[in-house]
Design a protein around this ligand. Structure first.
Ligand SMILES: Cc1cc2nc3c(=O)[nH]c(=O)nc-3n(C[C@H](O)[C@H](O)[C@H](O)COP(=O)(O)OP(=O)(O)OC[C@H]3O[C@@H](n4cnc5c(N)ncnc54)[C@H](O)[C@@H]3O)c2cc1C
Ligand code: SF4
Length: 454
């Protein structure tokens, strides 16, 4: 039972405890420890159940948030986990890395002056706790259809599509060129935001549900589309976006200038103990400049700090309020020692006596005094984190799949490409976006694929 209608006044918003800063700056562990059930229940109980669930509308997968908060408040974790999985294929991932402050929590009625309900942390708590207690998705009532689909890409989009297939009685075989599932979740996003064991467990759960993963397999090289089209009833493409935006910045080919993703992947492989081809780039004792203002830039900042960089300066060409990523990530980076400089447009990277330097043009409105001048910042290493553009493989066109001018795959309202047997979703359709939007679109695509197959 709810304690009082004004529980939210008596109990302040309380996130799960942070690990101590000394440990945090030197370790790749997730920065928040776990909620205990009593703390999660008290936080969940702060929900006003305001009748108009703005949080649900703001959530791209339209999670039944007030309903599962109520179940957590009552201690009914298995029922809450069941409900979470009705709308989301990776709730433990979204609970950790969604930009909650811009989505569900940003829309929470309490966000206006009282501190939003900790929706993301409770979602993580539900799934982590239920899994630890042995709860698993129940597919006992699913009737096999005898149909089968091939899914290319084991990122959030591919996994969400596989989830819908398995629950619809369709056999799902997922192909990926990487050795592990997750796409950017595994090979992009650092472990201090998302512990990789979370993905190991999710892979096991998908396999128990009946998914087949064919890893280390590049479609278009190891296996051709023709083979998949002949063997499967439908195909799903969730291949992401991997072309770097480099801004054609003069000097970007100099030594000690790095692209964000190889830097992050090299570090992840080292932390995970993988002996992969991607080079480990060590920022220990270096003065690092990160250029960019999105989630990728924040990940580069915070990875450099953990590698022991002497200083990390993040330069963004607009104001702080224009930054594209999650506000909580900027806050985390700042707490860990990253220095932010705004309204600085990089114009050139130069070799200098002490290493390299970046030349900037100030872009702010108040161009007075020294701010109006060109500025130069010295560094030992520069990381370019300007984002990603779609890079559709040439062979898509051979299968009548149309591409937008900017490289995104064209789909209709049913997420179907111009080839009716092939569906697509995620970053390769939207352009670089979010985990939760890739999941939302791929789940819809999965439903449409089942209709098509039938
Ligand atoms: C550094 C970084 C940090 C981010 N942080 C966040 C965050 O905090 N929160 C958030 O919501 N989003 C974040 N994002 C964005 C998020 O990761 C993506 O939007 C999401 O992963 C897109 O999912 P996807 O399945 O479409 O593509 P991907 O995750 O890119 O997965 C595509 C998969 O397809 C595989 N593939 C491609 N071509 C082939 C082929 N020919 N054969 C076989 N396999 C193939 C790839 O190997 C890959 O595994 C971040 C992105 C980056 C780069
Ligand atoms: S999926 Fe993301 S937006 Fe939706 S409730 Fe969970 S954390 Fe919020």
């Amino acid at each position: 039972m709810r304690k009082s209608n004004f529980h939210f006044l008596d109990i302040e918003r309380g996130d799960p405890p942070l690990i101590p800063m000394d440990e945090r700056r030197g370790s790749f562990k997730e920065i928040h420890s776990e909620y205990q059930q009593d703390k999660a229940a008290v936080q969940a109980e702060r929900c006003l159940d305001c009748g108009i669930p703005y949080c649900e509308w703001a959530c791209p997968v339209h999670n039944y948030i007030p309903n599962w908060l109520e179940l957590v408040a009552k201690g009914q974790i298995f029922r809450a986990a069941e409900l979470c999985h009705e709308t989301n294929s990776l709730p433990e991932v979204c609970g950790r890395i969604c930009p909650h402050d811009r989505l569900c929590e940003g829309a929470c009625t309490l966000n206006d002056g009282f501190g939003a309900v900790t929706i993301g942390s409770v979602e993580k708590h539900i799934t982590d706790t239920a899994f630890a207690l042995g709860w698993r998705p129940d597919l006992s009532k699913v009737k096999p259809t005898g149909k089968k689909v091939a899914i290319i890409g084991a990122g959030p989009a591919g996994l969400a599509c596989a989830d819908i297939m398995l629950r619809g009685g369709v056999k799902a075989t997922v192909f990926d060129k990487y050795p592990e599932i997750g796409g950017l979740l595994n090979f992009g996003i650092p472990p201090f935001k998302l512990d990789k064991q979370v993905l190991d467990l999710r892979r096991k759960i998908f396999e128990e549900m009946g998914a087949e993963f064919r890893m280390n397999t590049t479609i278009g090289k190891d296996i051709m589309m023709e083979e998949l089209l002949a063997e499967y009833d439908a195909l799903f493409l969730g291949m992401g976006t991997y072309k770097y935006v480099d801004g054609a910045l003069p000097g970007m080919d100099l030594n000690n200038v790095y692209m964000a993703l190889p830097f992050l992947i090299g570090n992840i492989n080292k932390v995970r103990g993988y002996d992969e081809g991607t080079e480990f780039i060590n920022m220990e004792n270096k003065r690092v400049i990160v250029l960019g203002g999105g989630d990728t830039a924040m990940d580069c900042n915070r990875t450099s700090i953990r590698q022991g960089a002497r200083s990390v300066i993040c330069c963004y060409r607009r104001n702080e309020s224009d930054m594209a990523g999650s506000l909580k990530e900027v806050k985390n980076a700042r707490e860990e020692g990253v220095i932010f400089r705004f309204n600085l447009q990089p114009t050139e990277i130069l070799e200098s006596a002490g290493g390299i330097s970046v030349k900037f043009q100030y872009t702010g409105e108040e161009k007075q005094g020294k701010d109006s001048e060109e500025q130069i910042i010295e560094a030992d290493a520069v990381i370019l984190a300007f984002g990603f553009r779609p890079n559709p493989p040439e062979w898509l066109k051979e299968h009548k799949i149309s591409i937008h001018e900017d490289g995104r795959v064209k789909v209709n309202d049913s997420h179907q490409t111009d080839n009716p047997k092939i569906f697509a979703a995620g970053d390769m359709v939207r352009g670089a976006d979010l985990v939760v939007t890739a999941i939302a679109d791929a789940r819809e695509a999965g439903q449409q694929m089942i209709n098509y197959i039938k």
